[in-house]
Design a protein around this ligand. Structure first.
Ligand SMILES: Cc1cc2nc3c(=O)[nH]c(=O)nc-3n(C[C@H](O)[C@H](O)[C@H](O)COP(=O)(O)OP(=O)(O)OC[C@H]3O[C@@H](n4cnc5c(N)ncnc54)[C@H](O)[C@@H]3O)c2cc1C
Ligand code: SF4
Length: 329
Protein backbone atom coordinates (compact mmCIF):
# COMPACT_ATOMS: atom_id res chain seq x y z
CA UNK A 1 0.00 0.00 0.00
CA UNK A 2 1.32 3.48 -0.86
CA UNK A 3 2.13 5.55 2.28
CA UNK A 4 -0.50 8.16 3.20
CA UNK A 5 -1.19 10.83 5.80
CA UNK A 6 -3.98 9.98 8.26
CA UNK A 7 -6.13 12.79 9.73
CA UNK A 8 -8.87 12.79 12.38
CA UNK A 9 -10.93 15.99 12.16
CA UNK A 10 -13.34 16.47 15.06
CA UNK A 11 -16.00 18.53 13.28
CA UNK A 12 -17.61 18.84 9.85
CA UNK A 13 -15.84 22.19 9.33
CA UNK A 14 -12.44 20.65 10.11
CA UNK A 15 -13.16 17.74 7.74
CA UNK A 16 -14.08 20.16 4.94
CA UNK A 17 -10.91 22.18 5.57
CA UNK A 18 -8.79 19.01 5.45
CA UNK A 19 -10.49 17.94 2.21
CA UNK A 20 -9.95 21.35 0.62
CA UNK A 21 -6.28 21.38 1.64
CA UNK A 22 -5.35 18.07 -0.08
CA UNK A 23 -6.22 17.46 -3.75
CA UNK A 24 -5.86 13.68 -3.57
CA UNK A 25 -7.61 12.98 -0.24
CA UNK A 26 -10.22 10.32 0.51
CA UNK A 27 -12.86 10.26 3.24
CA UNK A 28 -12.94 7.23 5.54
CA UNK A 29 -16.12 5.73 7.00
CA UNK A 30 -15.86 2.06 7.96
CA UNK A 31 -13.08 1.46 5.43
CA UNK A 32 -14.53 -1.83 4.12
CA UNK A 33 -14.49 -0.55 0.55
CA UNK A 34 -11.76 2.11 0.55
CA UNK A 35 -9.08 0.10 2.36
CA UNK A 36 -9.64 -2.89 0.04
CA UNK A 37 -9.15 -0.63 -2.98
CA UNK A 38 -6.00 0.84 -1.43
CA UNK A 39 -4.58 -2.63 -0.81
CA UNK A 40 -5.27 -3.47 -4.45
CA UNK A 41 -3.55 -0.26 -5.58
CA UNK A 42 -6.75 0.97 -7.26
CA UNK A 43 -7.01 3.93 -4.87
CA UNK A 44 -3.78 5.70 -3.89
CA UNK A 45 -4.77 8.71 -1.77
CA UNK A 46 -2.14 11.02 -0.30
CA UNK A 47 -4.36 11.67 2.72
CA UNK A 48 -7.09 9.75 4.52
CA UNK A 49 -9.62 11.88 6.39
CA UNK A 50 -11.23 9.70 9.05
CA UNK A 51 -14.75 11.04 9.67
CA UNK A 52 -15.40 8.89 12.74
CA UNK A 53 -14.09 11.46 15.23
CA UNK A 54 -16.59 14.19 14.25
CA UNK A 55 -19.59 13.77 16.59
CA UNK A 56 -21.78 15.99 14.37
CA UNK A 57 -21.65 13.27 11.67
CA UNK A 58 -22.98 10.48 13.88
CA UNK A 59 -26.28 9.34 15.33
CA UNK A 60 -29.98 9.01 14.62
CA UNK A 61 -32.83 11.44 15.22
CA UNK A 62 -36.50 11.66 14.27
CA UNK A 63 -37.07 15.20 12.95
CA UNK A 64 -40.22 17.29 13.62
CA UNK A 65 -41.27 16.48 10.00
CA UNK A 66 -41.37 12.78 10.97
CA UNK A 67 -38.30 11.99 8.83
CA UNK A 68 -35.47 9.87 10.19
CA UNK A 69 -32.11 11.67 10.07
CA UNK A 70 -29.12 9.33 9.96
CA UNK A 71 -25.62 10.78 10.39
CA UNK A 72 -23.13 9.70 7.72
CA UNK A 73 -20.79 7.82 10.06
CA UNK A 74 -23.56 5.89 11.82
CA UNK A 75 -22.99 2.19 11.27
CA UNK A 76 -25.62 0.04 9.58
CA UNK A 77 -25.84 -2.11 12.75
CA UNK A 78 -26.62 0.94 14.84
CA UNK A 79 -29.47 1.87 12.48
CA UNK A 80 -30.89 -1.68 12.23
CA UNK A 81 -30.84 -2.12 16.04
CA UNK A 82 -32.81 1.07 16.74
CA UNK A 83 -36.43 0.12 17.59
CA UNK A 84 -37.71 3.32 15.96
CA UNK A 85 -36.29 2.08 12.64
CA UNK A 86 -37.68 -1.44 12.97
CA UNK A 87 -41.19 -0.11 13.64
CA UNK A 88 -41.28 3.10 11.60
CA UNK A 89 -39.04 2.16 8.63
CA UNK A 90 -39.37 -1.65 8.46
CA UNK A 91 -38.22 -1.86 4.83
CA UNK A 92 -34.99 -0.01 5.65
CA UNK A 93 -34.44 -2.30 8.64
CA UNK A 94 -35.12 -5.46 6.63
CA UNK A 95 -32.87 -4.50 3.73
CA UNK A 96 -29.93 -3.75 6.01
CA UNK A 97 -30.39 -7.06 7.83
CA UNK A 98 -31.15 -9.15 4.72
CA UNK A 99 -28.60 -7.43 2.49
CA UNK A 100 -25.43 -7.34 4.54
CA UNK A 101 -23.54 -9.75 6.78
CA UNK A 102 -23.20 -8.87 10.50
CA UNK A 103 -19.47 -8.12 10.04
CA UNK A 104 -20.21 -5.60 7.28
CA UNK A 105 -23.14 -4.07 9.19
CA UNK A 106 -20.91 -3.54 12.22
CA UNK A 107 -18.16 -1.79 10.27
CA UNK A 108 -19.86 -0.07 7.34
CA UNK A 109 -21.10 3.50 7.67
CA UNK A 110 -24.19 4.97 6.02
CA UNK A 111 -22.15 7.51 4.01
CA UNK A 112 -19.60 4.87 2.96
CA UNK A 113 -22.26 2.43 1.81
CA UNK A 114 -23.93 5.09 -0.32
CA UNK A 115 -20.57 6.11 -1.83
CA UNK A 116 -19.08 2.61 -2.23
CA UNK A 117 -17.32 1.89 -5.50
CA UNK A 118 -18.43 -0.89 -7.90
CA UNK A 119 -17.30 -4.46 -7.34
CA UNK A 120 -16.51 -5.17 -11.03
CA UNK A 121 -13.61 -7.64 -10.92
CA UNK A 122 -11.75 -5.76 -13.66
CA UNK A 123 -12.03 -2.51 -11.71
CA UNK A 124 -10.69 -4.20 -8.58
CA UNK A 125 -7.61 -5.60 -10.36
CA UNK A 126 -5.10 -2.84 -11.21
CA UNK A 127 -3.79 -4.27 -14.49
CA UNK A 128 -7.01 -4.54 -16.52
CA UNK A 129 -8.24 -1.90 -18.99
CA UNK A 130 -10.97 0.03 -17.22
CA UNK A 131 -12.53 3.34 -18.23
CA UNK A 132 -13.54 3.91 -14.63
CA UNK A 133 -9.96 3.63 -13.32
CA UNK A 134 -8.17 5.06 -16.34
CA UNK A 135 -10.49 7.04 -18.64
CA UNK A 136 -10.04 6.04 -22.28
CA UNK A 137 -8.29 2.74 -21.55
CA UNK A 138 -11.29 0.58 -22.52
CA UNK A 139 -13.51 -1.84 -20.65
CA UNK A 140 -12.12 -5.33 -20.01
CA UNK A 141 -15.50 -6.49 -18.73
CA UNK A 142 -17.15 -6.11 -22.15
CA UNK A 143 -14.83 -8.67 -23.71
CA UNK A 144 -14.43 -10.71 -20.53
CA UNK A 145 -16.71 -12.22 -17.89
CA UNK A 146 -19.63 -9.84 -17.37
CA UNK A 147 -22.64 -11.98 -16.44
CA UNK A 148 -23.01 -9.88 -13.24
CA UNK A 149 -22.99 -6.55 -15.08
CA UNK A 150 -25.60 -3.98 -16.11
CA UNK A 151 -28.70 -4.91 -18.08
CA UNK A 152 -30.28 -1.44 -17.78
CA UNK A 153 -29.00 2.07 -18.40
CA UNK A 154 -26.30 1.22 -20.94
CA UNK A 155 -25.67 3.78 -23.63
CA UNK A 156 -24.42 3.58 -27.21
CA UNK A 157 -20.75 3.68 -26.28
CA UNK A 158 -21.05 1.30 -23.31
CA UNK A 159 -17.98 2.86 -21.76
CA UNK A 160 -18.79 1.07 -18.49
CA UNK A 161 -21.24 -1.73 -17.68
CA UNK A 162 -20.61 -1.96 -13.91
CA UNK A 163 -23.56 -2.08 -11.51
CA UNK A 164 -24.11 -0.22 -8.26
CA UNK A 165 -23.69 -2.87 -5.58
CA UNK A 166 -25.49 -1.32 -2.62
CA UNK A 167 -28.59 -2.94 -1.11
CA UNK A 168 -29.07 0.04 1.19
CA UNK A 169 -29.35 2.46 -1.73
CA UNK A 170 -32.25 0.44 -3.16
CA UNK A 171 -34.08 1.04 0.15
CA UNK A 172 -33.15 4.71 0.27
CA UNK A 173 -34.31 5.22 -3.33
CA UNK A 174 -37.71 3.60 -2.86
CA UNK A 175 -38.18 5.57 0.38
CA UNK A 176 -37.38 8.86 -1.45
CA UNK A 177 -34.51 9.65 0.94
CA UNK A 178 -32.79 13.03 0.82
CA UNK A 179 -29.01 13.41 0.85
CA UNK A 180 -27.66 16.23 3.02
CA UNK A 181 -24.17 17.50 2.23
CA UNK A 182 -21.68 20.10 3.41
CA UNK A 183 -19.06 21.91 1.32
CA UNK A 184 -17.13 25.19 1.49
CA UNK A 185 -19.77 26.66 -0.85
CA UNK A 186 -22.57 25.65 1.55
CA UNK A 187 -24.63 22.53 1.99
CA UNK A 188 -27.11 20.90 -0.36
CA UNK A 189 -30.19 18.75 0.24
CA UNK A 190 -31.39 16.68 -2.72
CA UNK A 191 -33.15 13.39 -3.55
CA UNK A 192 -30.92 10.31 -3.58
CA UNK A 193 -32.12 9.64 -7.12
CA UNK A 194 -30.03 12.68 -8.14
CA UNK A 195 -26.89 11.38 -6.41
CA UNK A 196 -26.04 8.23 -8.36
CA UNK A 197 -25.52 8.60 -12.10
CA UNK A 198 -25.32 6.50 -15.24
CA UNK A 199 -21.80 6.14 -16.66
CA UNK A 200 -22.50 8.09 -19.88
CA UNK A 201 -19.25 9.45 -21.27
CA UNK A 202 -17.61 9.75 -17.82
CA UNK A 203 -17.63 6.37 -16.07
CA UNK A 204 -14.99 7.54 -13.56
CA UNK A 205 -17.77 9.10 -11.47
CA UNK A 206 -20.53 7.07 -9.83
CA UNK A 207 -22.18 10.11 -8.23
CA UNK A 208 -22.83 13.80 -8.64
CA UNK A 209 -21.06 14.58 -5.35
CA UNK A 210 -18.40 17.25 -5.83
CA UNK A 211 -14.82 16.57 -4.79
CA UNK A 212 -15.01 19.19 -2.01
CA UNK A 213 -18.33 17.88 -0.68
CA UNK A 214 -19.10 15.50 2.21
CA UNK A 215 -22.32 13.60 2.86
CA UNK A 216 -23.26 14.61 6.41
CA UNK A 217 -26.60 12.81 6.75
CA UNK A 218 -29.48 11.08 5.04
CA UNK A 219 -33.10 12.00 5.77
CA UNK A 220 -35.66 9.25 5.22
CA UNK A 221 -39.34 10.27 5.13
CA UNK A 222 -41.82 8.08 7.01
CA UNK A 223 -42.57 4.84 5.12
CA UNK A 224 -45.77 5.72 3.26
CA UNK A 225 -47.04 2.42 1.84
CA UNK A 226 -49.12 -0.02 3.83
CA UNK A 227 -46.90 -2.91 2.83
CA UNK A 228 -43.39 -3.47 1.46
CA UNK A 229 -40.81 -6.20 0.85
CA UNK A 230 -37.30 -6.79 -0.48
CA UNK A 231 -35.94 -9.84 -2.29
CA UNK A 232 -32.37 -10.35 -3.45
CA UNK A 233 -31.06 -12.95 -5.90
CA UNK A 234 -27.41 -13.41 -5.05
CA UNK A 235 -24.34 -15.52 -5.46
CA UNK A 236 -22.49 -13.36 -2.90
CA UNK A 237 -22.68 -10.54 -5.47
CA UNK A 238 -26.23 -9.25 -6.07
CA UNK A 239 -27.41 -10.49 -9.46
CA UNK A 240 -30.87 -8.93 -9.16
CA UNK A 241 -32.87 -7.43 -6.31
CA UNK A 242 -36.26 -5.77 -5.96
CA UNK A 243 -37.77 -3.50 -3.34
CA UNK A 244 -41.56 -3.22 -3.68
CA UNK A 245 -43.94 -0.90 -1.80
CA UNK A 246 -47.68 -1.11 -2.29
CA UNK A 247 -50.73 0.81 -1.15
CA UNK A 248 -53.61 -1.67 -1.28
CA UNK A 249 -57.25 -0.79 -0.64
CA UNK A 250 -60.00 -3.43 -0.90
CA UNK A 251 -57.69 -5.71 -2.88
CA UNK A 252 -56.75 -3.02 -5.43
CA UNK A 253 -53.28 -1.46 -5.74
CA UNK A 254 -53.74 2.30 -5.51
CA UNK A 255 -50.03 3.11 -5.58
CA UNK A 256 -46.87 1.11 -6.25
CA UNK A 257 -43.15 1.77 -6.06
CA UNK A 258 -40.59 -0.62 -7.55
CA UNK A 259 -36.81 -0.18 -7.35
CA UNK A 260 -34.37 -2.75 -8.72
CA UNK A 261 -30.81 -3.35 -7.51
CA UNK A 262 -27.70 -4.94 -9.02
CA UNK A 263 -28.86 -4.31 -12.58
CA UNK A 264 -27.60 -0.80 -13.47
CA UNK A 265 -24.94 1.76 -12.58
CA UNK A 266 -27.47 3.22 -10.11
CA UNK A 267 -30.53 1.90 -8.22
CA UNK A 268 -33.09 1.44 -10.98
CA UNK A 269 -36.62 2.74 -10.44
CA UNK A 270 -39.04 0.93 -12.75
CA UNK A 271 -41.67 3.45 -13.84
CA UNK A 272 -43.04 0.83 -16.25
CA UNK A 273 -43.73 -1.66 -13.45
CA UNK A 274 -45.24 1.05 -11.24
CA UNK A 275 -47.61 2.16 -14.02
CA UNK A 276 -48.58 -1.43 -14.76
CA UNK A 277 -49.52 -2.12 -11.14
CA UNK A 278 -51.49 1.06 -10.40
CA UNK A 279 -55.25 0.42 -10.34
CA UNK A 280 -54.88 -3.35 -10.77
CA UNK A 281 -55.97 -6.14 -8.42
CA UNK A 282 -53.23 -7.20 -6.01
CA UNK A 283 -52.83 -10.69 -7.46
CA UNK A 284 -50.43 -12.96 -9.31
CA UNK A 285 -51.39 -11.92 -12.90
CA UNK A 286 -50.82 -8.24 -12.04
CA UNK A 287 -47.46 -9.09 -10.48
CA UNK A 288 -46.39 -11.11 -13.53
CA UNK A 289 -47.43 -8.23 -15.83
CA UNK A 290 -45.36 -5.82 -13.71
CA UNK A 291 -42.34 -8.12 -13.95
CA UNK A 292 -42.74 -8.26 -17.75
CA UNK A 293 -43.03 -4.47 -17.92
CA UNK A 294 -39.98 -3.95 -15.67
CA UNK A 295 -37.75 -6.18 -17.76
CA UNK A 296 -39.00 -4.95 -21.15
CA UNK A 297 -36.14 -2.49 -21.56
CA UNK A 298 -33.37 -4.84 -20.40
CA UNK A 299 -30.48 -5.21 -22.84
CA UNK A 300 -28.70 -8.56 -22.53
CA UNK A 301 -26.28 -10.84 -24.35
CA UNK A 302 -25.47 -14.53 -24.01
CA UNK A 303 -23.80 -13.96 -20.62
CA UNK A 304 -26.45 -11.77 -19.04
CA UNK A 305 -29.65 -13.22 -20.59
CA UNK A 306 -30.32 -15.47 -17.56
CA UNK A 307 -30.74 -12.37 -15.38
CA UNK A 308 -34.07 -11.45 -17.04
CA UNK A 309 -35.99 -14.52 -15.78
CA UNK A 310 -34.10 -14.22 -12.48
CA UNK A 311 -35.16 -10.58 -12.15
CA UNK A 312 -38.77 -11.41 -13.07
CA UNK A 313 -38.83 -14.05 -10.34
CA UNK A 314 -37.35 -11.64 -7.80
CA UNK A 315 -39.93 -8.95 -8.66
CA UNK A 316 -42.89 -11.36 -8.41
CA UNK A 317 -41.57 -12.76 -5.12
CA UNK A 318 -41.14 -9.27 -3.64
CA UNK A 319 -44.71 -8.35 -4.64
CA UNK A 320 -46.09 -11.62 -3.26
CA UNK A 321 -44.24 -11.09 0.02
CA UNK A 322 -45.58 -7.55 0.26
CA UNK A 323 -49.12 -8.81 -0.34
CA UNK A 324 -48.70 -11.55 2.26
CA UNK A 325 -47.35 -9.05 4.81
CA UNK A 326 -50.44 -6.92 4.24
CA UNK A 327 -52.62 -9.95 4.95
CA UNK A 328 -53.99 -10.12 1.41
CA UNK A 329 -52.91 -13.68 0.57
C1 LIG B 1 -17.05 -9.26 0.87
C2 LIG B 1 -17.98 -8.08 0.70
C3 LIG B 1 -19.31 -8.30 0.39
C4 LIG B 1 -20.19 -7.22 0.25
N1 LIG B 1 -21.51 -7.46 -0.01
C5 LIG B 1 -22.36 -6.41 -0.03
C6 LIG B 1 -23.76 -6.61 -0.22
O1 LIG B 1 -24.22 -7.74 -0.35
N2 LIG B 1 -24.57 -5.53 -0.22
C7 LIG B 1 -24.09 -4.25 -0.04
O2 LIG B 1 -24.86 -3.29 -0.03
N3 LIG B 1 -22.78 -4.03 0.10
C8 LIG B 1 -21.92 -5.07 0.12
N4 LIG B 1 -20.59 -4.84 0.29
C9 LIG B 1 -20.09 -3.48 0.31
C10 LIG B 1 -20.12 -2.89 1.70
O3 LIG B 1 -21.46 -2.71 2.11
C11 LIG B 1 -19.41 -1.55 1.61
O4 LIG B 1 -18.04 -1.83 1.49
C12 LIG B 1 -19.66 -0.67 2.79
O5 LIG B 1 -21.01 -0.40 2.99
C13 LIG B 1 -18.91 0.65 2.61
O6 LIG B 1 -19.08 1.40 3.79
P1 LIG B 1 -17.79 1.93 4.57
O7 LIG B 1 -18.26 2.83 5.64
O8 LIG B 1 -16.91 0.79 4.99
O9 LIG B 1 -17.12 2.76 3.39
P2 LIG B 1 -15.63 3.26 3.20
O10 LIG B 1 -14.80 2.14 2.68
O11 LIG B 1 -15.13 3.95 4.41
O12 LIG B 1 -15.86 4.34 2.05
C14 LIG B 1 -16.39 3.98 0.79
C15 LIG B 1 -16.34 5.20 -0.14
O13 LIG B 1 -17.21 6.22 0.36
C16 LIG B 1 -16.51 7.45 0.56
N5 LIG B 1 -17.13 8.07 1.74
C17 LIG B 1 -17.21 7.53 2.98
N6 LIG B 1 -17.94 8.34 3.78
C18 LIG B 1 -18.31 9.41 3.02
C19 LIG B 1 -19.07 10.59 3.28
N7 LIG B 1 -19.61 10.84 4.48
N8 LIG B 1 -19.24 11.48 2.28
C20 LIG B 1 -18.72 11.25 1.04
N9 LIG B 1 -17.99 10.14 0.74
C21 LIG B 1 -17.80 9.24 1.72
C22 LIG B 1 -15.07 7.02 0.76
O14 LIG B 1 -14.15 8.06 0.45
C23 LIG B 1 -14.96 5.85 -0.20
O15 LIG B 1 -14.75 6.28 -1.53
C24 LIG B 1 -19.69 -5.90 0.41
C25 LIG B 1 -18.35 -5.68 0.73
C26 LIG B 1 -17.49 -6.75 0.87
C27 LIG B 1 -16.05 -6.49 1.21
S1 SF4 C 1 -17.44 -2.39 -16.42
FE1 SF4 C 1 -16.77 -0.36 -15.77
S2 SF4 C 1 -15.62 -0.79 -13.90
FE2 SF4 C 1 -15.73 -2.75 -15.04
S3 SF4 C 1 -13.94 -2.83 -16.39
FE3 SF4 C 1 -15.57 -1.89 -17.55
S4 SF4 C 1 -15.21 0.32 -17.25
FE4 SF4 C 1 -14.14 -0.73 -15.61
Amino acid sequence: MTPFIYQRPTSIEAALAALAATPNARLLGGGTCLIDLMKQGVEQPETIIDLNFAPDLAGLAVLPSGALRIGATTTLSHVARDPRVEHGWPLLHDIIVAGLTPQLRNAASFGGNIMQRPRCIFFLEPDFACNKKRPGSGCAARAGVHYQHAIFGGDATKACIAVHPSDLCVALTILDAMIVTASPAGGRRFPIDELHRLPGDDPSRETTLRTDEIIVAVEVPPQAANTAAYVKGTEGFTLASCAAMLMIHSGVITNAAIVLGGVAHKPWRSDAAERTLAGQPADEPSFAAAADAATGEAVTDFQTAFRVPLLKGVIVEALELALRAEGGA
